[in-house]
Design a protein around this ligand. Sequence first.
Ligand SMILES: C[S@@+](CC[C@H](N)C(=O)[O-])C[C@H]1O[C@@H](n2cnc3c(N)ncnc32)[C@H](O)[C@@H]1O
Length: 323
Amino acid sequence: MRRRTLATLDGREKDFETFDNFHATQVLTIVHPAIAFYFKQIEKNQIERSKMLYIIGLGLGDEKDITLRGLEAVKKSHKIYIESYTSLLSFGISQEGISTLEKLYGKPLIVADREMVEEKVDDMLLEAREFDVAFLVVGDPFGATTHSDLVVRAKKLDVEVKVIYNASVMNAVGVCGLQLYRYGETVSLPFFTETWRPDSFYEKILKNRLLGLHTLCLLDIRVKEPSLESLCRGKKQYEPPSFMTIGVAIDQLLEVEQLRGESAYGEDTLCVGFARLGSENQMVMAGSMKQLRTVDFGPPLHCLTIVGKTHPVEEEMLDFYRN
Ligand SMILES: C[S@@+](CC[C@H](N)C(=O)[O-])C[C@H]1O[C@@H](n2cnc3c(N)ncnc32)[C@H](O)[C@@H]1O
């Protein structure tokens, strides 16, 4: 562990455990004195290190949405992983985006892609038996099914786990006025390919609609996916990242309705489109499928709600978002 004596912002000399700690304190003192005070408390306690896997929600917008409790855990952790394939912050997962987080935390981040989480996660769990490890998840850790699996594996390996919650797309969609209590099962829409057009979401939407419930459709994210040709050649090459737009989602939904013909929904069904929830330029718009399929919702991430039976108060709120 490196130790350095450095002058702090208040002019005194201080022994910092790592240069990184100094950096984070300095950045945060500028951002907010209350946060700096909080960090000083953590620095004081840092000798008492534990062995823990912290699964930390980052919220939806940008680096500022982490909670104080989450920052405290990051600060205590020796290694920090960021899960990169179930969701994204508004600045994406580019090197620039990652370094925004690294600057704030004053520590390097290890990007955990799908391959790592699915194949090598036990290595990370074994590390958490030796020292504090942080696993960062955009949104809330339980806003994606993958992370329950991580908790189960950790518990089986006797790793202590602490989850630090945050806002999720699952509750942020409440902004349009549709009651979260009146949603049915959430569905995920995968990108169709020439040869793979799965439609198991259709049954679920149909069930929700028969019960008068709203359906949240989460839209496919493809990050670091190996191309089919490269797999056939036996040497992995990755496709560029792609994110399903609301327009593509509606096209796919209508294609499946045409094939199945059970009138789960149609071109005139009321929907709400959401883009970049939680960021400064979030966009929310209500309209029929026909209307929303041609709207440009801008950069990712997008999701869509198919509206069920509405209460008069829900209607009143939705009116604010009709174009
Ligand atoms: C697995 S889910 C959400 C996971 C995340 N842990 C959470 O709690 O929000 C990922 C999908 O949610 C939607 N989504 C996530 N964040 C979003 C945002 N800020 N705005 C709109 N849709 C979002 C997208 O459709 C994306 O593909």
